[in-house]
Design a protein around this ligand. Structure first.
Ligand code: URA
Length: 285
């Protein structure tokens, strides 16, 4: 028998004997259109980073998911996908379709997604955010502390890192040698770094006298020397603060980023802690 004919005969035999897998599949109901901004609960959990769809289905079916404080055990229940108040197996969670978070970065962590010698900052985020592959908005060195933003919103990442946006970043710098006014003047005028003949200038550079231990602020007029500098940069070049400070004959001993745009690191955000940034507009100048 020619092979085409043979296949046809086998197909008919299989169908008659009830072995045709295609015939035994249940008909898929057409996916009903959901209201704009709404999704199935299981899909919401998946998009938030709670695991694969079948894992999310399982969490719901087992009664481990609360929506606004009430257990919902139907994975296909429909809810608004953004700012939904959940409790997932004991973890309180407010959904964010796009994540923008700030982290108080400690020293000893790398910003790279594939860290080498040091642990990655992603280890400081909860598992759902780690799964979402958030990207740092401009990197901080391993030994730099302070405000680090991370997002999974591609266009926002592009906007916040675009040199055209001129987003000012403020750094509190502790130097090895006293910071002179002449150093600040040079930083403001522009210094040449080793990878570019075009001078790069600080947006602002001022000597600072941090409050003393007893809380009293020393009188800047009478204080002769300080090791502290507040530097505001609008560019985001590799090791920019360290290289600019080196270019004026000093050396960075400690570096802390205190703000990006209009967003300052909150005083109550402890080292190593993170929180959501609800409105990305606060970051833009
Ligand atoms: N500039 C530096 O030199 N290091 C940082 O971590 C950030 C800015």
């Amino acid at each position: 028998m020619p092979s085409m004919q043979k296949a046809k005969v086998m197909c008919i035999m299989a169908a008659q004997s009830g072995f045709d897998q295609r015939l035994s599949l249940p008909a898929m109901p057409p996916r009903t259109r959901l209201p704009a901004g709404h999704e199935l609960l299981s899909q919401i959990l998946f998009a938030q980073g709670f695991g694969e769809r079948r894992v999310c289905d399982g969490l719901v079916v087992k009664g481990l998911v609360k929506v606004h404080g009430e257990v919902v055990d139907d994975p296909d229940a429909v809810f608004p996908e953004d700012r939904l108040v959940l409790d997932v197996d004991g973890l309180p969670w407010v959904t964010h379709v796009k994540a923008l978070v700030m982290l108080h970065k400690p020293a000893g962590y790398e910003c790279s997604l594939k860290p080498g010698a040091w642990p990655g900052v992603h280890n400081l985020l909860p598992v759902p955010l780690r799964r979402r592959g958030l990207q740092p908005v401009g990197r901080l060195d391993q030994d730099t502390t302070g405000l680090l933003l991370l997002t999974d919103d591609g266009p926002l990442l592009h906007t916040l890192t675009s040199p055209k946006k001129n987003v000012p970043k403020v750094y509190e710098v502790t130097c090895k040698h006293p910071v002179t006014q002449a150093m600040c003047d040079k930083l403001l005028k522009g210094v040449v770094l080793d990878d570019d003949p075009e001078p790069v200038a600080a947006h602002a550079a001022e000597r600072i006298w941090p409050p003393s231990v007893d809380g009293a602020s020393p009188d800047a007029e009478t204080e002769a020397e300080t090791l502290h500098l507040r530097l505001t940069l609008v560019q985001g070049k590799y090791h920019q603060v360290k290289r600019m400070v080196a270019a004026v004959g000093n050396r960075v001993e400690g570096l802390h980023r205190s703000s990006i745009g209009r967003l300052a690191l909150p005083e109550d955000l402890a080292v190593g802690q993170w929180c959501w940034v609800e409105d990305p507009a606060v970051v833009l100048p």
